[in-house]
Ligand binder design. Structure first.
Ligand SMILES: Cc1cc2nc3c(=O)[nH]c(=O)nc-3n(C[C@H](O)[C@H](O)[C@H](O)COP(=O)(O)OP(=O)(O)OC[C@H]3O[C@@H](n4cnc5c(N)ncnc54)[C@H](O)[C@@H]3O)c2cc1C
Ligand code: FES
Length: 282
């Protein structure tokens, strides 16, 4: 992607108001944002915004809502440090700074006629949700849609209410597994990759396009296992995370191999990043 195309958002954060706070998990909230004096922000599935918590700092956060509803600008944030905690503590009516959208996108439109396999680990479902919404809105374009989701425990399953709705609608197959569970959990226990054979049963691997998002180790093993099952590395995409500052390909903070995650990613074709992904801390 040319650099000028990637620099789609301004360097100056614009004020956005929190119109709703959805408590998703103990340490995860979704912020619904609205610009008071600007048109809704169009975005592509997989892109992110830089969110600025005043007096604290700015971090990249994926846009996690439905791209057909840019008026409902959603970001799902997990509290891990100073800035994410400040964002997660915002209440309805609060104002934050936002610039974006930035980055590459999940190319679901180019994969028409194929079986889409979404693989999410934990919070990785947030950056994938816009792509799933987009695919479901054009369901007839695809041979099938499958989601494989892994969570640490049943109470850490993100968007459980939405998974129930998607399952009830019957337009996609959903496989959820957890790392640890008590007797209340009737589903599978294990790593997310353990679900691949069941999820792909009866589907020709050369018809599958896979989109993975989650911890790096999960994506590395996930892509490796899918390749082993016959899915071509050209037909797999992953979303990378790195610390960011400018988000416009200028400062070099987000370097990953020969690429900058903000400019060339965050969504990369697996074949392109297979080598640096195999090397820790590149
Ligand atoms: C393209 C992109 C999209 C992202 N989308 C989201 C999103 O949708 N929701 C969301 O909650 N976060 C998302 N992140 C991650 C988010 O930007 C980081 O969690 C944030 O920068 C942490 O900043 P902090 O000041 O809160 O914590 P810091 O003080 O920077 O870090 C606190 C602790 O958390 C660890 N940490 C920092 N970042 C991460 C991380 N990504 N994963 C695990 N541990 C981390 C640090 O190593 C440190 O130990 C995204 C990152 C990128 C690059
Ligand atoms: S954050 Fe990517 S180059 Fe500055």
């Amino acid at each position: 992607m040319p650099a000028e195309a990637a620099i789609s958002g301004s360097m100056r954060p614009q004020p956005y108001r929190v119109t709703e706070v959805l408590r998703e998990l103990d340490d995860v909230v979704t912020l619904r944002l609205a610009a008071e004096d600007r048109a809704p922000l169009p975005f592509r599935p997989g892109q992110f915004n830089m969110l600025y918590a005043f007096a604290t700092g700015e971090i990249p956060v994926s846009i996690s809502g439905d791209p057909s509803r840019p008026d409902e600008l959603l970001h799902t944030v997990r509290r891990v440090g100073a800035v994410s905690s400040a964002l997660a503590q915002l209440e309805r009516g609060a104002v934050l700074g936002l610039r974006g959208p930035f980055g590459s996108h999940w190319p679901v439109e180019t994969e028409r006629g194929r079986h889409l396999l979404f693989v999410a680990g934990g919070l990785g479902l947030a950056p994938l949700r816009p792509a799933i919404c987009r695919a479901l809105a054009r369901r007839a374009d695809y041979a099938g849609i499958t989601l494989v989701l892994g969570a640490r425990s049943p109470r850490e399953i993100l968007y459980a209410w939405q998974l129930a709705g998607w399952a009830a609608a019957g337009a996609m197959k959903i496989h959820v597994c957890v790392d640890h569970a008590g007797p209340e959990w009737g589903g599978p226990v294990g790593v997310v990759t353990s679900q691949f054979p069941r999820a792909l049963d009866g589907i020709a691997p050369d018809r599958v396009s896979a989109f993975l998002c989650g911890p790096e180790i999960m994506m590395r093993h996930g892509c490796g296992d899918l390749e082993h099952l016959g899915i071509h590395p050209e037909r797999m995409w992953i979303s990378m995370e790195r610390n960011m500052k400018c988000a416009t390909g200028l400062c070099g903070h987000c370097q990953f191999g020969a690429d900058f995650v903000c400019r060339d990613g965050p969504v990369f074709r697996y074949r392109r990043v297979r080598r640096p992904l195999g090397i820790r801390e590149v």
